[in-house]
Write a protein of this length. Sequence first.
Length: 100
Amino acid sequence: QRKQFEKMQAVQAELKADEEKLAATVGRLRRKMDESTRALSAAESKRERLKQELVRATAECVEHLKAKEQCTAEIHEATARAAALREEKLRRACGGGAAS
């Protein structure tokens, strides 16, 4: 009976050691999971901020593209008017009006 008691105590000690190892492992993994959770939260916040920034930047690009197209059209119009005026002045200077 004493041997059986000692055997039970040995098993109990082994089980206690196993429980302690498990508790240490679980504790370490929980800390790691907490770190991962915080990092994930920070990354998600950053992603949302960047998505909003992308929307603003896209809208800004559209505005600048419209302004560029407007300027191009105005330059084309001004150049065409200047060319027509130059041509008219040269015709008049050379005496070649529409009636010649």
